[in-house]
Every structure is written in structure tokens, then in C-alpha cells.
Write a protein that binds this ligand. Structure first.
Ligand code: HH2
Length: 283
């Protein structure tokens, strides 16, 4: 399996790590840390040295009740970082946005993946941008907006409904002209889901994997981990790693994380067990 991102092809025979880079003052776990573009690029390069293949740049927090950011402000946050990273040519760059203008400008600046977190709110405009540019697109399930998502958690069968949504969206993308190997699917952990629903999606992740597209998992440091274990956001690394290893046994191919080194070591070990191989593989 591979992930085609414009001119580049990311092989997914081994699980790929997407490092999270939030250039925001208010992201739920790293808000304010990477606002300075020079510091942000340095942090991204450190994640690449640790083994991240993709850096996911975001300029607007999606956490519940996050304050919406104007397009101009979001562009001013993400573009210098994308330009700085693109000039190094050491990773694939993904733009995490809900806005078409931001996606377009990010692709022009060197990004090759659109991380679409609109979920059920999608109007298809990011699909069209991906189709036109050859960019890859991550389709994530969500409902509502950061202001409303916490009240939109009624599902008859969360796994069936999220799986059906992702399958439907993948079909729409292919119809819009996005190539099948440029589509990745993500259940959207923490987006309009209760802790129990997040666990159900992890337990039955193989049903989404069975749709036949690479599956991306973004549980990193999320509040359902805090709710289950009673841990603050800065103490969720080990439990995040546990979710990622579980997801890999279920067939996930891309893991979106803040903590690259511990995740990659654990994921490589998990892959070796799944494959029944004792051959060394550098993390
Ligand atoms: N989670 C967040 C943001 N973008 N994209 C995908 N595809 N999957 C996710 O699970 C996902 C995502 C939220 O996490 P984070 O970026 O750390 O926080 P914030 O939205 O507060 O910036």
C-alpha cells in the first residue's frame, strides 16, 4: 500500500508517522509552543530526525469550543512554516485546515496533503482542490463545529455510521477525480465522540481498514485518554502509544502524534510482532 501525494509516493509497507505541528496559541496540548516560525520549523526538523515522514501543520485549533480564526490570520500562521519546511525538502507537508483558501495557499507553498477535518460539514471544496492539484486528502469524520461538536454525539451505532460516512466520502472523492491511492481515512477520535465511542472505534478499527484505504489514527494526548485514566494532557504519552499499537494491530497505516520517538519505537515493535519477524528494523 502507498500514499500518493502529488509527485511523491509515501510507501506504507511500514507504518508512517505524521508529526503534529500546531502553530496556534490555543491548541489543547501544544498551544503557544510553536508560534514563532523559526522555532516551529526547528521542532518539525526534530520530529523528522526522530522518524516522522509527514508534518501536519495547523493554524486553527479544532478542540471543543476553540475560537474561530480569520483566514488572514490562519494564513499568516501556517505559510512561513510551510515555506520554511518545504525549502528543506525532508518531509511531506500536510495542511490541517477547514478553509479552502488556506488549503490552496498551503499547496502553493509546498504542502502535498490536505488534512480535511470538516467531516460531515464538508461542502466538497477541499475535494475539488485535491483533485485539481494532485494532492492527497485525509478524510476525517467529525460533526458540527468546535462550538457544537460536544452536543452531537448521538449515534445508533457509532462504528457503523462512521465507517459508512468514510466509505461514502471516499467514493465522492474518487468521483471528484482524486486518485484512490491519494485518499486516507480517519475516524476522527475526539470529534463529536464520547470516550466510549472513541474506544468502540478503536476496538473495531478493522471495519474501517476493510474499506481498502490507508487508515490514519489521531488519538494523541486526547481527552478520552484523560477521562479514562484521570491523567492531565502532559501525562498521556504512554496511553497514547498503547492506542497506536492497538490501532496498528488492527491495520492502521499512519499515526498522527505529538511524541514521535516513543510512538515509533513501540509501533515498529508491534509491526514486528504482527509480521512474526525478528529481523532488526531501525525505528
Ligand atoms: N486531531 C486534531 C487535529 N487534526 N486531523 C486528523 N486527521 N485526525 C485527528 O485526529 C486530528 C486532526 C486535534 O488535535 P491537535 O491538533 O493536537 O489539537 P488542536 O486541534 O487543539 O490544535
Amino acid at each position: 500500500m502507498e500514499f500518493r501525494c502529488r509527485d511523491a509516493v509515501l510507501p506504507l509497507d511500514r507504518v508512517a508517522v505524521m508529526g503534529v505541528l500546531n502553530v496556534t496559541p490555543d491548541s489543547f496540548s501544544d498551544g503557544g509552543q510553536w508560534i514563532d516560525p523559526t522555532v516551529a520549523v526547528e521542532h518539525a526538523l526534530a520530529m523528522i530526525d526522530q522518524g516522522a515522514a509527514i508534518i501536519d501543520v495547523g493554524g486553527e485549533s479544532t478542540r471543543p469550543n476553540a475560537v474561530p480564526v480569520a483566514t488572514k490570520e490562519e494564513l499568516a500562521r501556517v505559510l512561513p512554516v510551510i515555506e520554511g519546511l518545504a525549502s528543506q525538502g525532508r518531509c511531506l507537508i500536510s495542511i490541517d485546515t477547514r478553509k479552502r483558501e488556506v488549503a490552496e495557499a498551503a499547496l502553493a507553498a509546498g504542502a502535498s496533503i490536505v488534512n480535511d477535518t470538516l467531516g460531515e460539514e464538508s461542502d466538497g471544496s477541499l475535494d475539488e482542490i485535491a483533485a485539481r492539484s494532485g494532492a492527497a486528502l485525509v478524510v476525517m469524520h467529525s460533526r458540527g463545529t468546535p462550538a457544537t461538536m460536544r452536543s452531537l454525539v448521538h449515534y445508533d451505532d457509532v462504528v457503523a455510521e462512521v465507517t459508512a460516512f468514510l466509505g461514502r466520502r471516499a467514493g465522492e472523492l474518487e468521483k471528484a477525480g482524486v486518485s484512490r491511492d491519494s485518499i486516507a481515512l480517519d475516524p476522527g477520535f475526539g470529534f463529536a465522540k464520547t470516550p466510549e465511542q472513541n474506544i468502540a472505534l478503536l476496538r473495531e478499527l478493522d471495519r474501517i481498514v476493510a474499506l481498502g484505504y490507508p487508515v490514519l489514527v489521531g488519538t494523541s494526548r486526547k481527552s478520552f485518554i484523560g477521562a479514562l485514566l484521570g491523567l492531565p494532557v502532559d501525562q498521556r504519552v504512554e496511553a497514547t502509544v498503547a492506542t497506536m499499537c492497538w490501532a496498528v494491530t488492527k491495520g492502521a497505516r499512519i499515526v498522527r502524534v505529538h511524541d514521535v520517538t516513543p510512538t515509533l519505537r513501540a509501533v515498529r515493535m508491534t509491526e514486528a510482532i504482527v509480521a512474526g519477524s525478528s529481523a532488526g528494523s531501525s525505528a
